[in-house]
Design a protein around this ligand. Structure first.
Ligand code: F6P
Length: 368
C-alpha cells in the first residue's frame, strides 16, 4: 500500500523550513511501507488554484537541504483555503472559501494527511482544516519565537545570530563616530529577538513591545554615555515597540489577502523623538528587515527543524492528527492545536530572568 502525505509551508519564510522538509522525507523513506511525500507549492495555493501545483519530494531532492535557507516549496502569508483571493472581471477581489474544494481534491488524489509548517496564522488554518475533516499535523515555525506551546521555534536562533552580528558591526562604527545607533529588528508583538540581541550584543538600550517606553528615559541613558561630546550609544528596538499610549508604528495591509498590518518604522520614530528632546549627537537608524529571515540556518535551528520533521512524520504515521509538534526541553512532543494557539509567548518583564539579567547589567528599557 502507498501512503501519501502533503506538506506545505505557510506564512513568512524562516531559516530551517527546508531542514523540516528533509527530516520528513528522510524519516518516511526508512519505512517498510511505501510513503510518498508531496510538496504543495506556495503554501496551500498549490492545491487551491485552478491548476494544481504539487511536487513529489524524493530523497535525492532533499539531499543537503538542511543547509539551505528559505523553502523549496515556496510560501505566502496571504489568502489560504478559507479566504482564497479570486480576481473578478471588474478587477476587484473576492475572498472565496475553497476549503471543501481542498478536501475533495485531497481525497481524490489519495492523500491521507497534511503536514502544515507555519506560525500562529498558519496553525489557525490547520485547526480549521481539522474541523472540516482534513487530517493535519502542524509544525511551528517563526523567527519571532512567539508560540507558547514550544520552548523554541526554529529560525529564532538564526535571526538572533544575524541581528547580533549586525549589531556588533554597528558598535564599532558608533564608537568611531561618537554616534547613537538605533537598530530596528523584527518580532511582531514579541520582543524576543530584540532582547536576545541586546544581551548578546551588549546594547545600552533595548526597547520591546512588552515594556512601553518613554523617550525621556532613553535620553537620560544616552547622556550618561557621553562626556564632552565623546561617547556612543547602541539601541536595539523591536518593530512592535510601543509608547505608553500603546500605539504601534506600521502600515495597513496593502496587498490582496494580507492578514497583518506591516510593522516597521519605529526606529525612525524614536530618532525623531530623541532629536525633539534635544539630543545633539548624530543619531542613525538601521532597519535589519528581512536579512533576519534569509540565508543558512545556524546549527541549533537545523537540528531543531530536523527533529520537528521527524516527529511530524511519526505523528502522521501514528494517526495523531490535530496536534502541533513542540519542543519542551528535553523532549520533542506534541500538543493539541487548540491548546497550542491559546496564548502567544511574549516577554514577561516581571518573570523572565532575561529581563532581570539585562536590567542588572545596566540595559535601559525606556521605562525608568
Ligand atoms: O513573523 C515573521 C516576520 O518576519 C515578523 O517578524 C515580521 O513582522 C513579519 O514577518 C514581516 O512579514 P512580511 O515579510 O510579510 O512583511
Amino acid at each position: 500500500m502507498t501512503h501519501k502525505v502533503l506538506v506545505a509551508t505557510g506564512g513568512g519564510d524562516c531559516p530551517g523550513l527546508n531542514a523540516v522538509i528533509r527530516g520528513i522525507v528522510k524519516r518516511a523513506s526508512i519505512e517498510k511501507e511505501d510513503w510518498k511525500i508531496y510538496g504543495c507549492i506556495e503554501s496551500f495555493n498549490g492545491i487551491l488554484k485552478d491548476k494544481v501545483e504539487l511536487v513529489e519530494l524524493t530523497d535525492e531532492m532533499v539531499s543537503g537541504l538542511h543547509v539551505k535557507g528559505g523553502t523549496i516549496i515556496k510560501t505566502t502569508n496571504r489568502g489560504g483555503p478559507f479566504h482564497f483571493p479570486v480576481k473578478q472581471p471588474d478587477g476587484s477581489w473576492v475572498m472565496e472559501d475553497r476549503s471543501l474544494l481542498m478536501k475533495q481534491r485531497l481525497q481524490d488524489m489519495g492523500f491521507e494527511a497534511v503536514i502544515n509548517i507555519g506560525g500562529d496564522g498558519s496553525q489557525g488554518i490547520s485547526l480549521d482544516l481539522m474541523n472540516i475533516g482534513i487530517n493535519v499535523v502542524g509544525v511551528p515555525k517563526t523567527i519571532d519565537n512567539d508560540l507558547s506551546s514550544t520552548d523554541f521555534t526554529f529560525g529564532f536562533q538564526t535571526a538572533v545570530q544575524i541581528a547580533t552580528e549586525a549589531f556588533d558591526k554597528l558598535v564599532t562604527t558608533a564608537e568611531s563616530h561618537n554616534r547613537v545607533f538605533i537598530m530596528e529588528v523584527m518580532g511582531r508583538d514579541a520582543g524576543w529577538i530584540a532582547l536576545h540581541t541586546a544581551l548578546a550584543g551588549g546594547a545600552e538600550v533595548c526597547i520591546i513591545p512588552e515594556i512601553p517606553y518613554d523617550a525621556r528615559n532613553i535620553v537620560k541613558k544616552i547622556e550618561t554615555r557621553y562626556k564632552n561630546g565623546m561617547g556612543f550609544c547602541n539601541i536595539v528596538i523591536a518593530e512592535g515597540a510601543k509608547k505608553a499610549d500603546g500605539k504601534v508604528t506600521g502600515n495597513a495591509p496593502e496587498a490582496v489577502g494580507d492578514r497583518h498590518i506591516k510593522l516597521g518604522g519605529v526606529g525612525e520614530v524614536l530618532r525623531r523623538e530623541l532629536l525633539d528632546l534635544g539630543i545633539e549627537h548624530d543619531v542613525r537608524v538601521t532597519v535589519l528587515g528581512h536579512l533576519q529571515r534569509g540565508g543558512t540556518p545556524v546549527a541549533y535551528d537545523r537540528i531543531l527543524a530536523t527533529e520537528f520533521g521527524v516527529k511530524a512524520f511519526e505523528l502522521v504515521k501514528e494517526h495523531k492528527y490535530g496536534n502541533l509538534v513542540v519542543y519542551r526541553h528535553p523532549d520533542i512532543s506534541h500538543v493539541p492545536l487548540e491548546e497550542a494557539l491559546k496564548s502567544p509567548h511574549l516577554v514577561q518583564p516581571d518573570k523572565d530572568f532575561l529581563v532581570h539579567a539585562a536590567k542588572s547589567i545596566g540595559i535601559c528599557f525606556g521605562d525608568e
